[in-house]
Design a protein around this ligand. Structure first.
Ligand code: TMP
Length: 208
């Protein structure tokens, strides 16, 4: 694999979208070809699975179905998009990847970590992010940003604060356990401060 793989994580309202454009432009200005994608999604099949996963009408979906659909979408994404891009030498910038499953389905829903790890090992086949940027902020602040968007809340956004507290804790534990790969960004700061930190982290990765 010649390219590098970056994922963006965080609870709802962490401001991922704004920062993804910044990271994309930063890497391109340093001569990298960048493929921007997202999970669940990123392929035709994956986007259809995303629609099922996010639809409020699926409120009764079982935790196991949710977990397996996340990995079904991911398997297709790795096969069609991520692996070919990295093999071409492109950089992949993905809005969420496997850490989201540990945080949401593990931390949030309470599915056993070892079970997720087993499916993850099987699906990822050694693919892992070179860098994961965790946009971290208090749950209440994230939720107030989501409310301002004024669009219908998806199935995850409709969950209560307690669900997102567990997800946030899980993300933070993962960042602590893997400080080289997962970098915590304090997303409660203003955009300029966040982008200064991002530029430092990306400069380091470009030099690696
Ligand atoms: P997004 O709206 O940030 O793109 O993400 C879609 C939702 O899917 C978000 O609420 C997080 C959730 N999700 C999981 O629960 N598990 C996963 O593995 C992924 C990738 C996303």
């Amino acid at each position: 694999m010649n390219g590098k793989f970056i994922s963006i994580e965080g609870i709802e309202g962490a401001g991922k979208s704004t920062q993804i454009s910044f990271i994309h432009d930063f890497l391109e200005s340093h001569g990298k070809r960048v493929v921007v994608s997202r999970e669940p999604g990123g392929t035709e099949l994956g986007e259809q699975i995303r629609e099922l996963l996010l639809a409020p009408r699926e409120a009764g979906m079982s935790e196991d179905a949710e977990l397996l659909l996340m990995f079904a979408a991911r398997a297709e994404h790795i096969h069609q998009v991520i692996k070919p891009a990295l093999q071409r030498g492109d950089w992949v910038l993905c809005d969420r990847f496997a850490d989201a499953t540990f945080a949401y389905q593990g931390g949030g829903r309470g599915i056993d970590r070892d079970r997720i790890q087993a499916i993850s090992d099987w699906t990822l086949k050694g693919i892992q992010t070179d860098l994961t940027l965790l946009f971290d902020l208090p749950v209440a602040l994230g939720q107030s940003r989501v409310i301002k968007r004024q669009q219908q809340k998806d199935r995850f956004e409709q969950e209560k604060a307690d669900f997102f507290e567990k997800i946030r804790d899980c993300y933070l534990q993962r960042a602590e356990a893997e400080p080289q790969r997962i970098k915590r960004i304090d997303a409660s700061r203003d955009i300029a401060a966040i982008q200064t930190q991002l530029a430092d982290i990306l400069t380091e990765l470009l030099a690696a």
